[in-house]
Design a protein. Structure first.
Length: 274
């Protein structure tokens, strides 16, 4: 399923805290931050009719098999089952969590037997149309980043209440949504629980992210840079965590499950290897 949004539809879902952080203005006086936000809001209004954001989402039947999430659906680009290999915490003092823990095993009629896979992005012009003005380019790049995240927030709300419908009576304000008070989690590729950016190749196989204009580099990084991809999980006890460091044994096993040479996976996960 593809969804296209106007800037006006997703702008209310922007988390301005991260905008200020990226700008390096978190320690600015309040009046300066307010002025910066006013400038950013003026750009959003000015360009509202010119640029759009885009999302793709599919809901799959799923079950866990060890540390893999196995998905199947007639909507997939290729029929049959596909695996989303995950990593597990293994450092002493952690809870030894893996995202697959929040998906029911095969044959179990538990609640968590589905998973959402998504990606969001912006029109590429938001990153390329302002090269002649460094200030404007920086402003629009940071707004593009926030709009891609805001699109994921807006999409996730609709998924919870309608497409998946596991929280049809949810009545959260946008502020409550931005503080993640909804049920479930939305782990993004490249973030602590999914640190392997090359998982975007798996997400592309499942959803065809090219249909919304996303292209992948050899490492799985997304272009436009202002893009977000990841999973949506509904288990009421699901929570975010950081994989942290993994040893060579898990690296070798993960590379096998991803069907990627260990030497290449070492490059993708360099910062996570003991």
């Amino acid at each position: 399923m593809r969804v296209d949004y106007s800037i006006g539809e997703v702008a209310p879902y922007i988390n301005w805290i991260y905008f200020f952080h990226a700008w390096g203005s978190s320690s600015m006086p309040l009046t300066d931050r307010q002025q910066l936000q006013a400038e950013a809001t003026e750009r959003l209004t000015r360009h509202a009719g010119h640029y759009h954001t885009h999302a793709v989402f599919l809901l799959f039947d799923a079950y866990s098999d060890g540390d893999d999430i196995v998905v199947s659906s007639g909507e997939m680009k290729d029929e049959g089952e596909k695996r989303i290999p995950c990593l597990r915490q293994q450092q002493q003092g952690s809870d030894y969590l893996c995202l697959a823990d929040f998906i029911a095993p095969a044959g179990c009629s538990a609640y968590a037997n589905k998973i959402g896979v998504f990606a969001t992005t912006v029109d590429p012009g938001m990153e390329t149309d302002f090269d002649g003005d460094p200030y404007e380019k920086m402003m629009m790049q940071l707004l593009a980043d926030r709009l891609a995240e805001a699109t994921a927030e807006r999409l996730h709300e609709t998924v919870r209440k309608t497409y998946w419908g596991y929280a049809p009576d949810e009545q959260l304000t946008i502020a409550e949504m931005l503080s993640e008070q909804w049920q479930g989690i939305r782990p993004a590729v490249g973030y602590p629980s999914l640190p392997d950016t090359s998982l975007n190749f798996v997400i592309d196989q499942l959803t065809d992210i090219r249909q919304i204009g996303i292209r992948l580099t050899s490492s799985g990084a997304m272009k436009p840079h202002a893009s977000v991809s990841g999973l949506m999980m509904a288990h009421p006890e699901a929570r975010y965590f950081s994989i942290g460091k993994i040893d060579r044994c898990q690296l070798n096993d993960y590379a096998r499950r991803r069907n990627v040479p260990v030497s290449l996976m070492s490059k993708f996960l360099g910062g996570n290897i003991l």
